[in-house]
Design a protein around this ligand. Sequence first.
Ligand code: CND
Ligand code: ZN
Ligand code: ZN
Length: 376
Amino acid sequence: MSTAGKVIKCKAAIVFEAKGPFKIVEIEVAPPKAHEVRIKILASGICRTDDHAQDGEIKVSYPVIAGHEAIGIVESIGEGVTCVKPGDKVIPLCVPQCGRCPPCKNPEGNMCEKSDFLPAKGLMYDGTSRFSHKGKIVHNFFSTSTFTEYTVVHEDAVVKVDPAAPIEKAVLIGCGFSTGYGAATKTAKVRPGSTCAVFGLGGVGLSVVIGCKTSGASRIIGIDINKAKFPTAKELGATECISPLDFKKPINEVLHDMTDGKGVDYSFEVIGHTDTMAAALASCNKNYGVSVMVGAPPSAADMTISPTLIFTGRTWKGSLFGGLKTKDDIPNLVLGVIEKKFNLDPLVTHVLPFEKINEGFELLHKGQSIRTVLKM
Ligand code: CND
Ligand code: ZN
Ligand code: ZN
């Protein structure tokens, strides 16, 4: 029996307050309004950004349904939707692409003005939510909300992908892989023969490693305090891996020593700490080095750096979703997975049923997983 036009009751993981657990409860998901799409989520990956939504490091509105890296099937569409139809395999977009605003029109831009972060309101364009629990509204997260069996997104925040997309791998195209791969290939534009340093070897950092290798970097130095990440980093293309805990010197000095005093050509901070952002910046060549901030800074953080670090010529860039344009680039990245251009197998260390979401976050906290994929 068709569910189109009806309220759907289903399971979702709600965080009711900052630092509270993910509670699986029954919610009501209203039908999509005009230009909205209701999606049955098939799988959702656990990204550190969801952890930041739960612990309050990133400002969100509670109660909230987090999750922003997913793949699903269109259940129904609202009036006027033409980009997808029921039954299509889709990826929800945590960075929408409306196609009309200045960042969408600028070839170098991608932070669509319809994006919902910094600060996140957690509501649809009309200021309401399609989610409710016991009659009270529940907010959405980063235009997506994927820790639920059904979600509703605006048509700007969904893209059709090839039906052959393998869900347990292609799910990572919704955030982690695209963010890391794009940071290397689009934001930094890593050149063949260069030396790269990647700070943080989680799902996103390892995807930076893949991007550096694809770009032809000849040295890729992985940096992490958790040495359990090193074998996977090497499998994916890191030529050396080091832990800052093994050195008395600051890690930026170690990287200068490793490169005959030159510093690396490109550095990437993929952790989200201000001290490692500063270290990554100082690690690259003082004149032509490029440092890319990929890790999400805590909402409340400030940092101070010496202006000399930039004055001598360094470039310091941020990278949101790898600088990629979601609607344009995601279908091609999914094809890359189908055609085995990218091997994402080593990134997916755990596949768990949705109900075990808290276990998935525990694995992340203990440093025992790279990506956990929850299957609905
Ligand atoms: P995950 O937690 O899996 O990886 C972080 C890695 O950093 C872990 O392996 C840690 O052991 C390591 N680490 C922690 N502290 C240090 C340290 N002091 N020195 C060296 N290594 C350390 O996280 P993830 O890969 O899912 O995400 C990484 C960051 O990227 C995180 O901040 C997340 O919020 C952010 C992000 C950004 C974007 C974007 O669009 N820019 C999209 N998604 C995620
Ligand atoms: Zn993410
Ligand atoms: Zn836009």
